[in-house]
Design a protein around this ligand. Sequence first.
Ligand SMILES: Cc1cc2nc3c(=O)[nH]c(=O)nc-3n(C[C@H](O)[C@H](O)[C@H](O)COP(=O)(O)OP(=O)(O)OC[C@H]3O[C@@H](n4cnc5c(N)ncnc54)[C@H](O)[C@@H]3O)c2cc1C
Length: 385
Amino acid sequence: MREKRHAEIVGAGLGGLTAAAALCQRGWSVRVHERMPEMRIVGSGLSMFENSLRVMRALGAEADACRGARQGFERETRDARGRTTSHLKYSTRMFEITRQQVVAALAKAAERSGAEIVTGSTVVEADPSGAITLAKGRVCRADLVVAADGVHSRIRDQLRIPYRQRWLKDGAIRIMVPRLPEELSSPDAKRNVEYWSGYRRILLAPCSDEDLYVALTTLDTDEVGKRIPIDKVAWQAAFPALRDLIGRLDGEARWDRFQVISMKRWSKGRVAVIGDAAHAMAPNLGQGGACAMMNALGLAVTLEHGADVETALEEWERKERPLTDHTQRFSSFYSELTVWPEWLRSRVFALLARSSWLRSQHQRTAFHIPRGTEGFDAPGALPAG
Ligand SMILES: Cc1cc2nc3c(=O)[nH]c(=O)nc-3n(C[C@H](O)[C@H](O)[C@H](O)COP(=O)(O)OP(=O)(O)OC[C@H]3O[C@@H](n4cnc5c(N)ncnc54)[C@H](O)[C@@H]3O)c2cc1C
């Protein structure tokens, strides 16, 4: 019988926690290091489509993640005055969930499976031979190191694997707003709506009866638009139809410029780089976290049968990477639309709604059946929105 193998994971985000639960469930001992003193996440929501729901189902985290969350069926785009420019019905299940709830569900699944999560533990170095060094100087050896330390990954940089970092023109302020009782009965209560005004856009994504997730997207050169605290007057002038709602944007908010990371390879020796550290992307398809989760589960599945860790990591990248590359390309294209003239952009949205080929490309990642979830039932027919 094979000796129990050990993994050290850097980062307790969506990628690191998924890897932790999936590896433990396949007989590994796992320790996760999270540099923050607690796993607290600034308010934002996540669209979790069927592909990421399947990953959570495989880990036993789906019920906790989706409890009280809103199931969405459709998405609309509108102009600044509130006129609909496109309407898209999802062909897969989708839940809009607070990020805090998804992370908590994954952490619970990881711990239940036997993973140790150490908060306030910063990793400063990973060695391809299979070791990490903590800020406090301690060295921990492992059969596998997983660098899941996010878009600003220190471990990726320190490993010196060549990579390309492309800053996109746009970024977003994310903020959570308490929902008003009268909003719950509005036709928009059950869908995601994105309003466009020039290069600014506002996504409204209800997460539950209590929480509305709002993302204000604009160009990085828009100094007024990306200001925190939010410049309500400037945003209200751009979106008269959302005047009252913008007036209520008082919570903790953060601005992030979008970027795309593309590594020459996803591993070095016994270190696998996963999630945003390896393949950050624009969030326009709501699939960045899903790719992190699918690839983390795929990693554990490959290692289950793989001969040695290094060969298994190469096989893992060969299998997982094509879909991630596709998702990065498609979500970047959406960011390009930001600087297109309004009339042309509206035509693209209309085309997207009409063309089944474009829709299938757009939703290909959401439809994907992640490795490790093949045995699950296909999702049932969706009720009409
Ligand atoms: C505006 C916006 C909206 C988005 N919407 C969606 C969506 O709807 N659906 C979706 O699927 N994805 C979405 N994404 C993408 C998603 O947020 C990311 O892809 C996902 O969070 C990546 O997970 P991760 O685990 O790789 O990294 P992270 O979530 O960034 O986690 C990394 C963790 O590592 C820790 N860490 C960092 N350095 C160290 C260190 N040296 N030692 C120890 N710990 C460390 C960090 O504190 C952090 O907890 C969105 C992104 C943005 C910017």
